[in-house]
Design a protein around this ligand. Structure first.
Ligand code: UD1
Length: 440
């Protein structure tokens, strides 16, 4: 298993190119299942979740190839099976997104139950309720969700809770349904808008994406098209925080500042210097620690849960005390215990972490627990005194495009080592951090 070794204390500086958004690329690629003609998707990030999506689509019989050119051509004119197997769904929960398009185009879809995941139970009841409202029959057989219908019919669907993939799944199902579907209390995330744009490019008829009421007029069939994935706002925010905590000077390029209002507001509140252009954001350290900020996660356009761990980390070395409240996912504070091992002062009270900034963090061997938690540990490693070893970085590879390459280009001292390389290194010299000697 690969690991990252990061030596802290180097301010980041320079330009970093932001990749396409993982959370837009996944549904967009999957929605190509709706199309009877080839589609071409550009600005696709090179990530493990994308590789899983490509494997999943290929397994369904779709012609698709992935290299690191950021362009993916998909031909779903022929689909051989409508079953997404456990082996793929267990590595990526978003596989459940194939339900909507398969159901509406072929009248049947089977997807292994996603099950629990590290950041909480994450049910899919709202997705299924939406399909049922459109006339589908849904059952669970041998651990698989099976959805069937003769032909989906448009419906008015109220989402009890704002759900990003729930909105996307229902939107894809409704694209080929008979009549009009209205999704009320829909997710307003930019990734939902990107998916709607792509479906419209293929000949769909969706309006209102980006508001809490989306109207989808079903069409008989969808054709081909070309689409460029929007920039990854979470990757952007992650590099901005990395620049701020190291006191660096970093410009994130090919991004979309308008999608980061809540994040930029909080950075300004933290007294971080920010400059914004049409497609870039620059952060400059002021030679002093940022100010601690209170953060509360909520659906877009409010502060994103996917930036919670990174801001919590910034508070760890900030001046003062900041409260970080997580309202979207239960159990999304697993990074707290790892940060505490690096010397952070954090107290957990229910859904709130009370973080009091300290002068310094110290390197320690830490374990990544989920995607965004691993990003926060990498940032902690950039400021900690000594060499931080991050284990289980397969989490980070799911969602960050070449993170060690990008950080190294900005001047970070970061190295990826394979399990074997690490074993060889530690056989020679046991891993040492200033405070903890680790045996292998
Ligand atoms: C998506 C993002 C993820 C982000 C999250 C919240 C993708 C691939 N992933 O995840 O990065 O952290 O949005 O912004 O886009 N819920 C239910 N029933 C459902 C569906 C959701 O109760 O059927 C609950 C969830 O448990 C959670 C909340 O609704 O508490 C929001 O979850 P949701 O927006 O669905 O998250 P995902 O779409 O899985």
């Amino acid at each position: 298993m690969d690991k990252l070794i990061i030596k802290g204390g180097f301010p980041l500086s320079g330009d970093v190119q932001i990749s396409g958004a993982k959370n837009a690329a996944l549904p967009v690629l999957i929605s190509s299942l709706l199309a009877e003609e080839p589609v071409r998707i550009t600005n696709v990030p090179y990530l493990n979740d994308i590789k899983t999506t490509v494997a999943l689509l290929a397994q369904l019989g779709v012609e698709i190839e992935l290299d690191n050119s950021q362009v993916v051509n998909v031909d779903a004119s022929v689909v051989n099976t409508v079953c997404a197997p456990y082996e793929l769904v267990k590595t990526m929960r978003a596989s459940v997104l194939v339900l909507g398009p398969l159901l509406s185009r072929f009248g049947r879809a089977e997807v292994s139950m996603p099950g629990g995941c590290a950041i909480g139970s994450r049910p899919v009841n709202l997705h299924l309720k939406g399909f049922e409202a459109m006339g589908a029959r849904v059952s669970v057989e041998n651990g698989y969700i099976v959805a069937e219908c003769d032909h989906l019919k448009g419906a008015r669907i109220f989402m009890d809770q704002v759900s990003v993939t729930g909105t996307e799944n229902i939107m894809m199902a409704a694209a080929l349904a008979e009549g009009v579907t209205i999704i009320e209390n829909a997710a307003r995330e930019p990734e939902v808008v990107d998916l709607a744009c792509f479906i419209n490019t293929m000949g769909g008829n969706i309006s209102g994406a980006g508001t809490s009421e989306i109207r989808i007029e079903g069409v008989n069939k969808l054709g081909g098209g070309e689409h460029r994935i929007i920039p990854d706002r979470i990757e952007t925010g992650t590099y901005l925080i990395a620049a701020a905590v190291t006191g660096g000077d970093v410009c994130t390029r090919n991004t979309s500042p308008g999608m980061l209002d809540a994040v930029l507001e909080k950075l300004k509140e933290a007294d971080v210097e920010i400059e914004v252009g049409i497609d870039w954001i620059r952060v400059r350290g002021k030679g002093k620690r940022p100010r601690a900020v209170n953060v509360r996660t909520d659906p877009y356009p409010a502060f994103p849960t996917d930036m919670q761990a990174q801001f919590l980390m910034m508070n760890c070395i900030a001046q003062g005390t900041g409260l970080v409240t997580e309202t979207i996912f239960e159990n999304r504070f697993m990074h707290v215990h790892e940060l505490q091992r690096m010397g952070a002062s954090i107290k957990l009270e229910g859904h709130t972490a009370i973080v009091t900034g300290v002068n310094k963090l110290f390197a320690a061997p830490v374990m990544a627990t989920d995607l965004r938690a691993s990003a926060c540990l990498a940032i902690a490693g950039l400021v900690a005194e000594g060499e931080t070893l991050i284990d289980r970085i397969y989490h980070i590879d799911r969602g960050y495009d070449r993170i060690e390459e990008k950080l190294a280009q900005l001047g970070a001292s970061i190295k990826r080592v394979s399990g074997q390389e690490y074993k060889k290194m530690t056989d020679l010299t046991p891993y040492q951090s200033p405070h903890i000697a680790v045996s292998n």
